[in-house]
Design a protein around this ligand. Structure first.
Ligand SMILES: [Fe+2]
Ligand SMILES: [Fe+2]
Length: 157
């Protein structure tokens, strides 16, 4: 059984982001499959972590080009997830404790759909409103300077 199924609700109609998210789901499933097979899941986990670092960096680059401040709540959530992912890797490699890895597999599968449907969807909405094209990196309407909002209605900022 796969860890996380790709569903229509995950599609945000932003081709580059949708491709990246689909890759994330595939890598998470490959990591889960390695855990289930009792195989060494670390190579799959390294791949997932490297991909997630690039995935978040890409979104944060878009945020910066759209005028978000670096310390917005969407970027903070990325930072928190990466911190936990790196900590789980440290437990596995330095302490030979793989338990955090298998906990993370479940946590990431729960976290990702919420994050994509709220924060990433809000980012895509803001990008569209400001006429930002990820292909060229150009933004038609530079945002008000000092905007800290992540654009998500779930966020009070
Ligand atoms: Fe994302
Ligand atoms: Fe995100």
């Amino acid at each position: 059984m796969s860890t996380l199924a790709w569903t229509e609700s995950l599609v945000l109609n932003q081709p580059k982001l949708d491709d990246t998210h689909q890759e994330f789901v595939e890598l998470l499933n490959a990591f889960g499959a390695a855990l289930d097979a009792g195989a060494d899941a670390l190579p799959a986990y390294h791949e997932l972590l490297a991909h997630t670092e690039a995935h978040f960096a890409m979104e944060e680059d878009w945020m910066a080009r759209c005028g978000f401040e670096p310390q917005n709540c969407h970027a903070s959530q990325h930072a928190m997830v990466l911190r936990v992912m790196r900590e789980a890797l440290r437990y596995a490699t330095e302490l030979n404790d793989r338990e955090p890895l298998s906990i993370l597999r479940t946590e990431l599968a729960q976290w990702f759909p919420q994050h994509a449907e709220m924060m990433d969807a809000a980012l895509v909405f803001t990008m569209e409103q400001r006429g930002f094209d990820p292909v060229t990196g150009e933004c038609r309407e530079a945002a008000e300077a000092g905007s800290t909002s992540c654009g998500s209605s779930s966020c009070g900022h």
